[in-house]
Design a protein around this ligand. Structure first.
Ligand code: FAD
Length: 477
């Protein structure tokens, strides 16, 4: 009888793992178990009354690097090339990103020349921060917060304005708590290898082998900064699900995994309430904290390491306006915590993907709310009502973008614990989890946003690597 691999979680990580398992030369029997009726996890696209697309989770995927190229290869293999909406390098959404500081929008400098120009809100051209960086000695700690790292190397302004905003934009997190080693491994490695981050980034980490396809070549030639899919990014998990079903993968929806236990012969029993599954190997693509509650008592040490990986919530407010115009054209803007503790940033969805504006077209923006403001609201158990989030978002759009009219359409979603936080020392949690799995030879592999990167590309890569491990082959990097 062939081997059975059970994949926990039908988000993009679990679906990507199943995709790679199902394409192996001798594929095992694959069963995906998803607690909700819908696949895709945080990737969710909703159509408005005029046909406009509203992304409740991710809205753009970066094509850069080996991981970006591998995702594009998968897109082509799924037959989605004609659905891809690229943001080309010469487009305003690729060129302009803004910071909202001191009550005004400031465009971030781009290119070498931009570094020599005065660039408010920074008091001096960023060239000076770069010069300072080149002269600073290598850090000695095995890890450091993003804020401390940026302050030491680039100065207090870059730390408290640029890196603070970036951590809010990518992780909805606090740069004073997040780990530079785990959140920005290329910056950490550049300093370790070349003493200077700038030198390290200029000299490069060496090219990893990249796949090739017509779509990848097009993305490179046109210098895409990101891409989406015509019907929204949820088209990707939907296409994966169809592909998996056609390849004989069994997908169980509406079935929350309730526990894992080890059988005497070393196989897993996966409990699903009234029924159970047996597995030779389990790939967990559910959040680390969820898995920590599913593990058997023998794996208490592993559970402890996993439940120490926290996550934060984000309230996503999608707004559409008819007859309104943005004051600037770009990808969107970020807001440092010193400016507003609750508004992480606003994405100008219509600039990047006007094809999704519906008919009649209307301006779409998304306000991301989170940070210490949301944490306080959650801790205080104060009425976390949709009205509160909508009001907060409309105020932000009025103050920061000057759009004072009422939106024609509004969607409000509070995503609880949606973004894992790689806090200082995250690498030690991963090491102790890996050590436990190796010492006990547990047929269990971890995948998903909780570990090595939260971006969609990182999650897909974690699924690919988990599949290779479950198959007993070394994943190529
Ligand atoms: C608001 C927001 C905006 C984002 N924007 C971007 C962006 O623009 N670009 C980008 O690259 N990334 C972005 N990200 C990050 C990225 O979308 C996520 O990190 C990624 O989708 C996570 O995928 P995952 O499969 O690891 O986890 P999840 O999506 O969390 O999937 C886990 C799955 O497991 C299921 N599950 C949970 N418990 C159980 C159980 N007991 N039994 C069975 N199933 C269970 C869940 O229902 C879920 O389907 C964003 C994330 C958020 C929240």
């Amino acid at each position: 009888m062939g081997r059975t691999v059970v994949v926990l979680g039908g988000g993009i990580s679990g679906l990507a793992a199943s995709y790679h398992l199902s394409r192996a030369p001798n594929p095992p029997k694959v069963v995906v178990v998803e607690s909700s009726q819908r696949l895709g996890g945080w990737i969710r696209s909703v159509r408005g009354p005029n046909g406009a697309i509203f992304e409740l989770g991710p809205r753009g995927i970066r094509p850069a690097g080996a991981l970006g190229a591998r995702t594009l290869l998968m897109v082509s293999e799924l037959g989605l090339d004609s659905e891809v909406l690229p943001v080309r390098g010469d487009h305003p959404a690729a060129q302009n990103r803004f910071l909202y500081v001191g009550g005004a929008l400031h465009v971030l400098p781009t290119g070498l020349r931009g570094l020599f120009r005065p660039s408010p809100p920074f008091t001096k051209p960023l060239f000076w921060a770069g010069l300072r960086e080149l002269t600073k000695p290598r850090g000695k700690e095995p890890d450091e917060t993003v804020h401390s790292f940026a302050q030491r190397r680039l100065g207090p302004e870059v730390a408290s304005i640029a890196m603070d905003s970036l951590c809010r934009g990518v992780f909805a997190g606090d740069s004073r708590e997040l780990s530079v080693r785990s959140c920005f491994p290329s910056l950490f490695q550049a300093e370790q290898t070349h003493r200077s981050v700038l030198l390290g980034l200029l000299l490069g980490a060496g090219q990893s082998p990249q796949p090739d396809s017509a779509l990848i070549r097009q993305a490179r030639a046109e210098r895409w900064s990101q891409w989406s899919l015509r019907g929204g990014l949820e088209t990707l998990p939907q296409a994966l699900a169809t592909h998996l079903t056609n390849r004989g993968v069994c997908i169980l929806r509406g079935q929350p995994v309730q526990g894992l236990s080890l059988q005497p012969e070393g196989r897993w029993k996966v409990s699903l309430g009234n029924s159970s599954l047996e597995a030779d190997h389990v790939i967990s693509a559910v959040p680390a904290s969820v898995l920590s509650h599913l593990l058997p008592a023998e794996a208490a040490l592993l559970a402890r390491a996993l439940c120490a990986i926290p996550a934060v919530s984000v309230a996503v407010v999608n707004l559409q306006y008819h007859g309104a115009n943005l004051p600037v054209q770009g990808f969107g803007h970020l807001v440092p915590s010193s400016e507003d503790p609750g508004v992480l940033g606003i994405v100008y969805d219509s600039v990047a993907f006007p094809e999704q504006d519906g008919n009649p077209p209307g301006l779409r923006v998304t306000v991301m709310l989170g940070g210490s403001w949301l944490q306080m609201q959650e801790a205080g158990g104060q009425g976390l009502s949709e009205q509160l989030f909508q009001q907060q978002a409309e105020n932000a759009v009025a103050t920061q973008l000057g759009l004072k009219e009422s939106p024609s359409h509004c969607l409000v979603h509070l995503h609880k614990n949606c973004i894992p936080q790689y806090t200082l020392g995250h690498w030690k949690k991963l090491e102790s989890a890996a050590q436990f799995l190796a010492d006990h030879r547990l047929p269990l592999t971890l995948a998903g946003a909780s570990y090595d990167g939260v971006a969609v590309n990182d999650c897909i890569e974690s699924g690919r690597q988990a599949a290779a491990r479950a198959l007993g082959t070394e994943p190529d990097r």
